[in-house]
Design a protein around this ligand. Structure first.
Ligand code: ARG
Length: 562
């Protein structure tokens, strides 16, 4: 509204910039003095006229449907807005299907490399964080019109597989692996390390097996593929629980036949140096440790495969940006990789490659029911959240329809919401009583608010509803504040995308839920007067829609009843 008034004044006052005018518009101290005020003192000098004369002339010239009247009070112009007009204009915008969306990303592709768990290892809480953050960024950029490639860069290659093969051959059994999956693979992997402490020759044996893998040995690859399939099955079970998907499962192994080309590029660019038999890129000029490219035995490492991945993605997707969501402990790794890409003559690396780090999960003293040992499985956490919600439902609302699905959405949603509520880099603390609380800044609080909106609308189905509504009947501050909160959605999406911070959306969802609950506390919705009832129902329906969209950007579903 301030902007609109500034534009109207600016049309009559080319002497001043629009920005300048907008800045000088004031909020009058009393409602009797109008909704906005514009002082004309400063204009006297520029226009060589008395300020009150200028105010009088301006008041005559400015005309708009948005304004009921303009009073001249000394050197001040006092604007009285047409409330119906200005509420209606906001509400019309909020009602649009694509509210919050934009086309800024049209024609541009963003690759997001996230989740990326390690094969034969448990999907742990840290992997939950990258999965939630990455998925939310996907939703946010998708909303802004970008084409997004969701890439799962599985940790499915490396010396650890040599160790696993040795361990499996010595102490493993097909039945145990079939029965216990990753748990068994973890067990024999730990055993390997214990035994290798006593007998270092095991390490050589493991290296030899990994070497066989790199050279295409069928026996080695067969075992490796089996472990990969078992792991993928478990990972996909988690993604199904979360309701999340990927466009590409291209793990590290996808790049082994693409690593030679990278080594060639590096040679051509004269970037490779020998270091005790290994090949490195010296980065001392940039105050960084060298980036290791090939080990003494010629095998590739994590960084080599990441370099191959950048090349492949640039060629395949011609990305505008490629984002990497991992824990902050990988900061140096990405700094090195991005620098090497840049040194290969790719100026775009500076702006296009972005590491998106996040903090740790601290479990505090929380007891998590997890399978043996102190290894924490993400799947167990999610299942526990679902079970806890389920038992609350069984107790409070046993006749609810679709109890399983409601528990899944609300339970998983609560864990996601807790994770995304703070800045990424902050550590996440895990506390069941907070995470699942229906009050406070939690997922369930937002879910309840959504379900309340749905229930009000169900109860309203007996009334006739028109969209031709006179919004000036909304007289209380809580109604106006709610509309203003809803109106913020597009700015929220934009700033979350600019900072890669889903928490901006999570906080917004809370702000809308709070504004709604204040509105609902202050106002009865299903009142007799048709105009008032319709205007308030409209607010309920728009709140419902915006909450649903905001939750969707976080990767969280909503339920009609809970
Ligand atoms: N698998 C790695 C981990 O669990 C994350 C991979 C991240 N992506 C990448 N392109 N390096 O820590």
């Amino acid at each position: 509204m301030k902007k609109l008034i500034a534009e109207l004044i600016s049309a009559e006052l080319p002497e001043l910039s629009l920005e300048d005018i907008e800045k000088s518009i004031e909020n009058p101290p009393k409602p009797e003095l109008g909704d906005f005020a514009f002082p004309c003192f400063r204009l006297a000098k520029v226009m060589h006229k008395a300020p009150n004369l200028i105010a009088g002339e301006l008041a005559e010239k400015i005309k708009s449907d948005a304004i009921d009247r303009i009073d001249v009070a000394g050197a001040y112009l006092n604007f009285y807005m047409n409330k119906d007009f200005y509420l209606k204009s906001m509400i019309e915008k909020i009602s649009q299907d694509n509210f919050g969306a934009s086309d800024e990303g049209n024609g541009k592709t963003i690759c997001i490399d996230y989740s990326s768990p390690n094969v034969a290892k448990n999907f742990h809480v840290g992997h939950l964080r990258t999965t939630f953050i990455g998925n939310s960024l996907y939703k946010i950029f998708d909303k802004l019109g970008y084409k997004v490639e969701r890439i799962n860069h599985l940790g499915d290659w490396g010396t650890q597989f040599g160790k696993l093969i040795v361990a499996y051959k010595r102490w493993g059994s097909e039945e145990a692996v079939k029965e216990k999956g990753i748990e068994e693979l973890m067990r024999i992997y730990v055993l390997f390390h214990e035994e290798a402490d006593k007998d270092p020759a095991l390490e050589d044996e493991a290296r030899a097996w990994f070497n066989k893998m790199e050279n295409g040995d069928e026996e080695a690859l067969k075992i490796w593929r089996w472990f990969l399939d078992i792991s993928l099955e478990e990972f996909k079970r988690i993604y199904a629980l979360l309701g999340m998907e990927f466009d590409h499962y291209t793990g590290e192994s996808f790049y082994i036949d693409k690593a030679d080309a990278v080594v060639e590029d590096l040679k051509k660019a004269d970037l490779l140096t020998d270091s005790e038999g290994a090949k490195i890129v010296d980065l001392s000029e940039y105050d960084m440790a060298p980036c290791l490219i090939l080990k003494k035995d010629g095998s590739t490492i994590y960084a080599t495969r990441d370099l191959a991945a950048v090349k492949y993605r640039k060629e395949t997707f011609d990305f505008f940006k490629c984002l990497y969501v991992t824990g902050q402990e990988q900061k140096l790794h990405f700094k090195q990789v991005f620098k090497v890409v840049e040194l290969l003559g790719n100026e775009w690396a500076k702006d296009s490659l972005v590491h998106i780090p996040y903090g740790l999960v601290s479990l505090g003293g929380e007891k998590l029911s997890t399978r043996g040992g102190n290894v924490i499985y993400a799947e167990d956490i999610l299942k526990e959240a679902i079970a806890k919600i389920r038992s609350t439902i069984d107790e409070k609302n046993p006749d609810l329809k679709d109890k399983d699905e409601v528990s899944r959405i609300v339970g998983v949603g609560a864990v996601i919401f807790n994770d995304l509520y703070n800045q990424r880099i902050k550590d996440v603390s895990f506390n069941w009583s907070h995470i699942l609380s229906p009050e406070g800044e939690t997922g369930p609080y937002v879910e309840y608010t959504y379900a309340r909106c749905s229930s009000i609308l169900r109860n309203a189905s007996d009334y006739q509803f028109t969209t031709d509504i006179d919004y000036s009947v909304l007289e209380d501050q809580a109604s106006i504040d709610l509309i203003k909160a809803l109106n913020e959605f597009p700015n929220v999406v934009k700033s979350a995308s600019e900072t890669y911070e889903p928490h901006i959306v999570a906080r917004y969802a809370i702000a809308v839920a709070q504004a709604f609950n204040k509105f609902y506390h202050d106002n009865k919705v299903l009142v007799e007067e048709t105009d008032v009832r319709n205007a308030r129902l409209m607010l309920v329906s728009l709140t419902r829609k915006v909450i649903k969209d905001a939750m969707d950007l976080l990767g969280i579903g909503v339920v009609e009843e809970m």
